[in-house]
Design a protein around this ligand. Sequence first.
Ligand code: DGL
Length: 269
Amino acid sequence: MQIGRKIGIFDSGLGGIFIANAIRKILPQYDYLFLGDTLHLPYGRRSTENIYDLSEKAMRYMFDQGCELIIMACNTASATALRKLQQDFLVKEFPHKRILGVIVPTLEVAIEHGATRIGLLATQRTVHSSIYELELKKINPNVILFAVASPLLVPLIEYAGEKYLDMVLQDYLQPLQDEKVQSLILGCTHYVSIKDRINNLTGGNIDLLSQDDIIPTKLANYLQRHPEMEKRLSRGSSFIITATDLNEGFKNNIAQLMNRNMPYSILSN
Ligand code: DGL
């Protein structure tokens, strides 16, 4: 692969493509590399140690492929591995590169929207890490967060189980509706694809915070505040997609998700 100075976008699977597409819409000039760890999906039921090891391997691969900055789009990896990667791995091995997570930027927007009771739908690992509560306390301790682990959603989304989604979703959403949350964080990249469904099920009464609406602007702000990083990035408008297991299902899903005027290439590794 030609080595450009790219922005990397990492996810355990397909969901990160929604974030990548949204980022490219507002920042089309840069070169991007997307990596989905399809071989090890879902991350949501893995141990913290295992997610750390997988994430470190993914970061190393992406840096070796010329990424200067990586968006860790995967909430589960952001929740469990990001801090150690930033404080230990980056400092020791890639001191001039950066890895940015998605949790704090999402909470900042949730607070800006003014809710005092916020719901969170996320994987088991993200919910059990309590990272959203811990970070929220630092930003605004008066806001209450109600978290629901929703382990069935990722497999249903990845493996064409749409027809079962409403039933499962109703079950996950009920406790959040009972708690009268005003905003709901869709705390997993995959949930971007079901936000309309969630909106229908909640009667449009809950403000949905979806990371494809949040991360692109946050990245643009970051690049404005960090011209030293922005200047390092190459501008070829390319988008390379790769996965640890480039299986047919993944390739078919990608073909459906990419719109025609957003050219991309698939890298076999
Ligand atoms: N896409 C990941 C996230 O944002 C979770 C999917 C998985 O369980 O691998 O949390």
